[in-house]
Design a protein around this ligand. Sequence first.
Ligand code: RB5
Length: 149
Amino acid sequence: MKVGTAADHGGFDLKQRLIELISALGYDVVDFGAGRMDPADDYPDFVVPLARAVAAHEVDRGIVICGSGVGACVAANKIGGVRAGLITDMYSAHQGVEDDDMNVICMGGRVISFSLAADLVKVFLEARFKGDDRFRRRLAKIEALESRS
Ligand code: RB5
């Protein structure tokens, strides 16, 4: 599985630690930046290219981090085909994939510990969309919205 990562200065340190972890777990990591700590950088510059890569199926899943996770999540969800969730608990980390086909996890580098972030990411990457009719029906309604906007 190919996993994209992106973060601004608020998530840079956490992203670097997570890249080491998910590489060690055997995932193929594609980092969309930031490539260095820059307190003046802007999360859309890294999150939007990652989101486009997820939508184009160039990467299978995305991990995006800013200070709170909010801005990164808002930006990622602007790209059609991206289903991003701001995740802080283990249940949502897998249920968001199983029921809603979440393909991007968003986290706040200033609000989450490394150990919780690592657990959330592991569960997110291992989860699979269940594909039940009701889940597909709901996603079709979201896709219809995307194609109208
Ligand atoms: C950047 O300082 C901060 O505003 C940003 O990382 C994020 O928290 C936005 O949601």
